[in-house]
Design a protein around this ligand. Sequence first.
Ligand code: AR6
Length: 182
Amino acid sequence: MMARMSTPPTVRVTLVRGDITQQSVDVVVNAANSSLLGGGGVDGAIHRQGGPEILAACRALRASQYGKGLPTGQAVATTAGRLDARWVVHTVGPVWSSAEDRSALLASCYRESLRVAAELGARTVAFPAISTGIYGWPMDDGARIAVRTVLAEAAAPVEEVRFVLFDAHAFVEFEEVLAAQG
Ligand code: AR6
């Protein structure tokens, strides 16, 4: 009987507690808003640390392609400016709603960001917990969607997906979800 060929695990998922702007990776994913003009939270931190080149690139994208804004669930790349990264991939998470299930849009943020990163040839990608801050998504559910989508969608040339969690609560939630995936 032939042994079933098992697919080697090509993508490593890691968790780090800290500030995403301090990571050395190919891609830093930004939890942006559709204006692409910056904001608070992780978006503010990325623009502050990365410098004005990122905003200039975002303005150029608005002028050329996204005059009406980047739609929720989509992703687009710019320079990473002064960050220790090659690109920032901006994605727009959904605002949490208790009345409507917007999970597919949140999953789309991770999937589309990974697709853009892979197209660029990125090997290491750092994600924040998209939508779990100002956009109000519950951390346990946000972590579940993030980990499941990344495990299902990450593919070569991406080798490592690093979730960079800002606080202890986020870290614990991601740890639990990752452990439960076996
Ligand atoms: N590194 C890693 N994670 C961070 C950092 C950081 N430096 N700063 C915050 N977080 P948020 P959202 C965590 O609010 O919910 C902006 O104004 C934070 O604790 O940054 O998608 C945009 O322009 C939380 O767990 O993004 C949009 O208008 C997670 O990152 C809106 O906020 C996401 O929180 C997007 O809201």
